[in-house]
Design a protein around this ligand. Sequence first.
Ligand code: ADP
Ligand code: ZN
Length: 763
Amino acid sequence: MAKQQELFDSEPAPWELDEGDDRLVATIVLPEAPFGPFDYTVPESFRSTLAPGMRVRVPLGRGNRTVVGYCVRVDNRLAKDLGSHRLKDIQSLVDHAPLLSPSMLRLTEWMSEYYLCPWGQVLEAVVPAGVRHQAGTREVTYLSVPTSVAARLTQLKLPPKQAQALRMLAASTRPLTISDLSTAAKCTAAPIKELQRKGLVRAETCREFRVQNEKNSLDRDQQLKLNREQQTALDKTLDALNSQRAETILIFGVTGSGKTEVYMQAIQEVVSFGRQAIVLVPEISLTPQTVSRFRSRFDRVAVLHSHLTNVERNAQWREIASGRVQVVVGARSAIFAPTPHLGLIVIDEEHDSSFKQDSLPRYHARDVALQRAKMESVPVVLGSATPSLESWHRARQGEFHLVELENRILDRPLPHVGTIDLRTEYQSRTSRGAISRPLHQSMTAALKDKGQIILLLNRRGFSTSIQCPSCGEVVKCPDCDIALTHHREGEKAVCHYCDHQIAAPPICPNCQFEGIRYAGLGTQRLEAEVRARFGDARILRMDSDTMQKPGSHEQAFARFRAGEIDILVGTQMIAKGLDFPNVTLVGVINADTALHFPDFRAAERTFQLVTQVAGRTGRGERGGHVLVQTFSPEHPAIVAATRHDYRMFADQELPIREEYGYPPASSMMRGIIRGPSERTTESFAEHLCDEIQRGIDERCPDARLLGPSPAPISKLRGKFRFHFLLFGQDLDTLRSIVRETTANTKPPEDVQWVIDVDSIDML
Ligand code: ADP
Ligand code: ZN
């Protein structure tokens, strides 16, 4: 507790120490450095009002600068246990009521440990800004007459104005403010203030909302009669609910198999007991479509999406905390919804990478959900057509209950998925663009039949793996099984895991073809090509460049749904969770861009992407099919995706993860170091890795440290980026090694570094 020292006042005089006296001590954490925790005494005046979860103002440091911190604990301590130093007093309270319940405090404490992030910083991230600033509320002071005063009202001798005001107030059936009362009593504020001063009128301040929540006026939808598979999934969930166990049920069900209906019926049960449910969906599928399905089934649904204003968010938060909301539907951060009696957590599309936050505290909503469920003894339902291998692995080990929905509702067939071998296309040179001849022909046919088309180009920033367009060979790192990245400067090929480097090969090492360095293309170029080929069609491009305005997704999808668009061209943002019955053709322009990404999850991502985008077609009565263009049609991830065969994919991918010691066969952390000078940044990265390696050698010999190496995005906003990866079985030990290293190594000025636990993003 060295940090505590600077907080102390000068030594107390001996007569100030009273051995037997006990003190109320509050533990405070700060949202900024020095984060604490620090202890303060609670002055007499706050003894009955201060509670953990409230913010307070405290003096900090020698200068006693006033800072705002979160009170995380209040306990009685004997003065003698506090030692000979005197703690400072809390100055004042910021909140009238706790912002966080005791269980949310415990959850954030866990996050702080798990994600190696100071507790105060976690709290600041978890409590929305709108709530912290009490957006949309105003302070109102209401007057009342204490009962003891009311009882002797007639005996009081008062000047006429005061007597009149007091009588009016005592007779009022609703609370009055000073201005209400002065209007009613036809007096100025002065006599009322005088009454207050005499203690004859009590004033109480509270916060009120200026806006009212919108009411839900839709007609209710009936529950559907579940099919046998759905019923089994529901029964499993109800079992866990009824026994109040924190069990996790993984519903592995193809797209359109009726998972959402199962969630809704489970939630019905939860709601009937007066409890609340939280439903997490990827931000991108938080569409009016999804929301209206829940709204049409439940009376009081709160929707938390990223476009809420501070005022709206605060209103939602208060409404949820009051227990009036039955179902909270939202993206990642909805896992922190302050439901007072949580009954169930549902995570739809649990494999989706948007559940991981890419800024501090870098939490994964699924893992936070599992922890929250454990603390509150409620079940979690995870649903996906392509479960993350992490969840699949845990299901196989018996940690999660696996329930499978094998069939689509009404036995609609899954679409046929065909591949187009770009190698033969390339060699025959019949087409030099992005769209092969067979894809062009299918598009023409689909348009003729008045079907709609989705074209997916997975761009993810840039494509710099080295793949031979003639034979499909990919240049990989011999140690990491990761595609090497081509760097034009110096013509190198680099492994972004272990920094293995070779000269970029001038010819294909496999077939000796000379045009091995094949550059990818972007959505913009693809759109131009589509326009050139299909001049009459109505075309819309959706990617992060064209979809920047809030609401532009919804608008674009609405137009597509209404049939105003024939061909939708876009990045992975068009692949998820949408239901368009008229889509009869899906084309994947190049499945390999995701496949040869410098990421051990590249195959998994590709499998997910192709499977998900394939799920966008064949939803209506017209059926549909999918064409996947690839240089690697025999790659197991692509083969499995064309067969809609998740098990096949998992069975061949998991052994590879085992072999190279990648998750889920291990736990991992990623360190990212960035700074304006390449040399300083790299040398600090090396120093860090040396320190961590020393810890590993001493305490955790089976752990593996890869790097430092340049991050795949090696320069961002003028900063050079390096990273390292840490793999091992014992995450706790790895974490404590990192924690100690952090405490003992200070980066040079301008260099920053962060650690990402269970990282998903490898760029
Ligand atoms: P998923 O969430 O697995 O993609 P959904 O729950 O969206 O599947 O179901 C797909 C479609 O089937 C929806 O239109 C839904 O209303 C319908 N559906 C779901 N369950 C049933 C059922 N038991 N009987 C009839 N239709 C159903
Ligand atoms: Zn390597």
